[in-house]
Write a protein that binds this ligand. Structure first.
Ligand code: MTE
Length: 310
């Protein structure tokens, strides 16, 4: 991400949905169990309850065609598991998603540690089909499963002085990438962005447990921002008064700002952000302001200079 613009996946490299469905049917017939990091048993999904339990459909979903599961799970940025797009899917053994706990700390009246099972029970799990746009110029439509982050934040009871929320990812230097970024990976939002109804803590996709390469067992999803704002495999959520410096801001302050709202009018210093390639499509499409979520989120930035606050 920092070094080049790897907008290099061709539609021909992505398994078409029909082939993919057939493959999943075959796997279901073969009695494969849907495990985190493994290809979910497609047809079984329709008849067997998901290991996540009941999932309700969210009205906040887009109706656009969803990107193939294979592309979502084999074309990843998860530098702890390798810096090539295919590496995270090949290195899932480097992250054990159970047991897992997430601490909520800093400027909260009720600091707490939640086990992943507790997080699953905090609110009805929702399917949220979101457009996701990477700063590198490609996009996907992903059916996430998760709960609003606001639910978790409310339980921790943020103090009046809290203005930002930092998300810290798991890092194990014995097994994971060294160098490249200042580990652990961290990201941050303003508190009002973190509380926004679109901001999701995702625990699954395509109705199944979140694959490791997509940030198991729990990751952030902020659909109006470039993909890197969505920290993966989160172990701590910290409320602060001061704006945190994030991993990408440290690595390239002129390229990666704090806000990183999808904005076709503000170029990355090395390439335009006016268009994007939806993975699986041939021609480029125009990038939309706030990734098409302007109606819901533009008011968060009223009066701000979005070129300066990029
Ligand atoms: N989180 C961690 N911990 N490490 C990472 O390298 N990469 C980010 C973001 N979250 C990253 C991360 C980037 S650059 C992107 S585009 C998205 O994850 C990719 O998420 P996806 O693989 O589910 O599409």
């Amino acid at each position: 991400m920092l070094l080049r613009r790897p907008d290099d996946i061709l539609p021909s490299e992505i398994t078409p949905p029909g082939v993919y469905e057939d493959r999943r049917r075959f796997i279901a017939m073969a009695g494969s169990i849907a495990l985190a990091g493994a290809l979910p048993a497609g047809k079984a999904r329709a008849t067997t309850p998901s290991p996540l339990g009941p999932i309700v459909k969210s009205p906040l979903s887009t109706v656009e065609s969803q990107t193939a599961y294979k592309a979502i799970t084999t074309y990843n940025n998860f530098y702890e598991l390798g810096t090539d797009k295919g590496d995270p899917a090949l290195n899932t053994h480097k992250l054990k998603p159970t047991p897992w706990a997430v601490r909520i700390e800093g400027l909260v009246n009720k600091p707490r540690t939640f086990g992943i099972d507790e997080i699953l029970k905090l609110a009805p799990l929702e399917e949220r089909i979101y457009r996701m746009r990477c700063v590198e110029g490609w996009s996907m439509v992903i059916p996430w499963v998760g709960i609003p982050l606001a639910t978790l934040l409310k339980l921790a009871d943020p103090q009046g002085s809290a203005r930002f929320v930092e998300f810290i990812s798991h890092y194990d230097k014995a097994t994971m990438t060294r160098g490249v970024l200042d580990w652990p990976y961290n990201e941050a939002l303003r508190l009002d962005e973190a509380r926004h109804p679109l901001t999701l803590l995702a625990v699954g996709l395509y109705g199944e447990v979140l694959p490791i390469q997509n940030g198991a067992p729990v990751r952030l999803v902020v659909p109006w921002k470039y993909g890197f704002k969505s920290g993966k495999s989160i172990v701590a959520i910290r409320l602060t008064e001061k704006q945190p410096v994030t991993a990408w801001m440290k690595a390239g302050p002129s390229e990666y700002g704090f806000y990183s709202n999808v904005n076709p009018d503000v170029d990355h210093p090395r390439w335009s952000q006016a268009t994007e390639r939806r993975i699986g499509e041939f021609s480029k499409r125009k990038t939309l302001m706030f990734n098409g979520y302007a109606d819901q989120v533009a008011s968060l930035y009223t009066g701000m200079d979005l070129r300066r606050n990029f």
